[in-house]
Design a protein. Structure first.
Length: 256
């Protein structure tokens, strides 16, 4: 069990125990004490001093080592648990243990953050489209170079127009499947984490465009050309097709 030694760089400089005042003498808002306590533990996790599977000291001991109350230590652990950095195990061999977030945890957190930013207006549709215009062509180019034969066949199948009876939700789901398969084909584990949440912000912001006659037919044609370029392992054409596809959104900004 590794002892937590407070790091001077992240210590709350008010006093040894928590200050009840949320504002310093200079008028700067202070972090809550439990956030400072969490900062101490997080810093050691990020530095590799605390590794996955390692058990933290009991709550009372942890509080004493961080020079905070037991309640503050408990809140700090709750904050770290919400970040998927620690987990509590029950039973004889239970306690609080260090863990690392999975790819799914990271993607889910980013997905939530992007959606909240978009719904609150902090992230505009123009910014989302601009970001995908930068990332998308590179994704398409890598997919053309690294795809398997099976993936190329699947991508072509996903580019087929759906029946006229298909609902908007079904069309959106197929479009997202197409995009996620593209990300998978890059063989780059970071791209799905970064671009996946970005892609899932788009459908809700493009509803006004999707209601236009022929929208999904045109979308399928664009996907088909992109899928064919990838099947032929033509990265330059794949980049161009993706760029043209995304620029369509720029030329016809949606009305929210």
């Amino acid at each position: 069990m590794n002892k937590i030694t407070p790091d001077p760089a992240t210590l709350n400089t008010t006093s040894a125990k928590e200050s009840s005042s949320p504002v310093s003498k200079s008028g700067v808002k202070r972090k809550p004490s439990y956030v400072h306590a969490a900062d101490q533990i997080r810093a050691r996790i990020l530095s590799g001093q605390l590794v996955p599977g390692e058990q933290l000291p009991p709550e009372n001991d942890l509080a004493a080592e961080l020079n905070v109350s037991r309640t503050t230590a408990r809140e700090a652990l709750r904050l770290l648990a919400s970040e998927n950095l620690v987990e509590t195990k029950r039973g004889v061999f239970g306690g609080v243990f260090i863990v690392h977030p999975t790819h799914q945890d990271i993607e889910r957190s980013m997905d939530t953050a992007f959606r909240l930013m978009a719904s609150s207006g902090e992230l505009s549709i123009d910014e989302v489209i601009e970001a995908w215009l930068i990332v998308g062509p590179s994704v398409a180019g890598l997919a053309a170079q690294r795809r398997t034969d099976e993936e190329a066949v699947s991508l072509l199948a996903l580019s087929e127009p759906l029946p006229e009876s298909a609902t908007d939700a079904e069309c959106v789901a197929t479009s997202i499947q197409f995009s996620h398969l593209l990300l998978q084909m890059t063989r780059n584990r970071l791209l799905p984490l970064l671009a996946g949440p970005l892609l899932r912000v788009l459908p809700g912001r493009l509803q006004s465009l999707r209601s236009e006659p022929g929208w999904w037919v045109q979308n399928a044609e664009e996907y088909r050309r992109l899928a064919e370029a990838i099947q032929k392992r033509d990265p330059q054409r794949a980049k161009e097709e993706m760029s043209n596809h995304v620029r369509k959104y720029q030329s016809k900004p949606p009305v929210d």
